[in-house]
Design a protein around this ligand. Structure first.
Ligand code: FAD
Ligand code: MG
Length: 293
């Protein structure tokens, strides 16, 4: 019987595990190793580790966590979870089952991109969603912004701080007059001709064959928690601008007592520093719950 079962051993899950391990609590981390930023060569904006390789950061985090003898790490996938009389049971894809008093879901999210030829292969390389993460490195070169929903207008309006911006409405929506005024104020060019494909690093080819070249292309993905475990346990989801995420209170407890959630899966728009902070909160809150009920 573990004190806490943590699903997801990336930045959020490891940060939760670190606090619980340091409190000498028995923790199981189950991790499938499919981190959201695995497509990117560098992670930016993390104080003290700006520009670190995501896999290097994850490997260091795992060493930090595994230094504590009460932490058990299992590589694999948690296939299902259920409430038991004295806590929770987690069944792995391998068939083995583990029991714990509390659960922390640190599942991350999965990105869904529009079905545009050439887009997915360039995700994290020359196609990005977050200018704070990847804008600076584009060196004030020309930027494209591909509308994926009416929310994309906000992304387009931010981008001129990182480079001259062209906004491709691509049939996703027609900006309202006040939105057009905002784009004009920010100096954004609006292109209404549909996008046929992207190529090179990075060329945007329109339906007519006209091609525009950019230093980078921004496209907001739609996101959803990477596994249905939260729904399975009965946790409520909340609708954010990018998609659903797990609803939690200020202590990162979900609507199901004893189930905590942290990181991208439990915030509206995630980033590595948030995931680490959120995991700290969930880990310490789970510990409080073990101590004081
Ligand atoms: P994740 O890192 O996504 O990890 C979730 C973990 O849970 C994975 O290991 C997964 O395999 C595991 N998991 C899920 N379900 C199960 C299951 N059922 N059983 C077992 N394991 C499971 N942020 C920045 O701050 N700076 C950047 O430069 C940056 N660049 C990015 C670039 C790209 C292309 C993308 C897409 C995102 C980027 N981000 C960046 C965001 C960053 O990746 C996320 O905020 C961060 O990874 C969230 O951490 P997390 O621990 O919540 O989830
Ligand atoms: Mg995690």
């Amino acid at each position: 019987m573990f004190d806490v079962l943590i699903v997801g051993g990336s930045y959020a899950g490891m940060s939760a595990a670190l606090q619980l391990g340091r409190a000498r609590r028995k923790v199981l981390v189950v991790d499938a190793g499919v981190r959201r930023n695995r497509f990117a060569a560098h992670a930016h904006g993390l104080l003290g580790r700006d520009g670190v390789e995501p896999a290097v950061l994850a490997a260091q985090g795992r060493r930090d966590v595994e230094a504590y003898p009460t932490v058990t790490w299992l590589e694999g996938e948690a296939a299902s979870a259920r409430k038991t009389s004295d806590g929770f049971a987690l069944r792995l894809a391998s068939g083995e089952e583990h029991h714990g008093r509390l659960v922390v879901l640190a599942l991350g999210v999965t990105d869904e991109l529009p079905d545009l030829p050439g887009l997915r292969e360039r995700w994290g390389k020359s196609v990005f969603h977050c200018p704070y993460c990847h804008g600076y490195e584009l060196g004030m070169g020309k930027l494209g912004c591909l509308a994926t929903s009416p929310m994309s207008i906000h992304q387009a309006a931010m981008l001129p701080d990182w480079g001259e911006t062209t906004y491709f409405t691509n049939g996703a929506h027609e900006p309202a007059p006040e939105e057009l005024a905002l784009l004009e104020r920010r100096g954004v060019h609006v292109e209404r001709e549909p996008v046929a494909k992207v190529g090179g690093a990075i060329d945007v080819t329109l339906a007519s064959g006209r091609t525009l070249s950019f230093a980078g292309l921004f496209a907001a993905s739609q996101t959803r928690p990477s596994s249905p475990l939260a729904e399975e346990l009965g946790c409520e989801l909340e609708q954010g601008p990018m998609g659903p995420f797990i609803k939690t209170d200020a202590m990162k407890e979900t609507t199901v007592p004893g189930v905590f959630a942290c990181g991208d899966a439990a915030i509206a728009a995630g980033a590595v520093p948030f995931a680490i902070g959120d995991g700290f909160r969930a880990g310490t809150a789970a510990h409080r719950s073990l101590m004081f009920g």
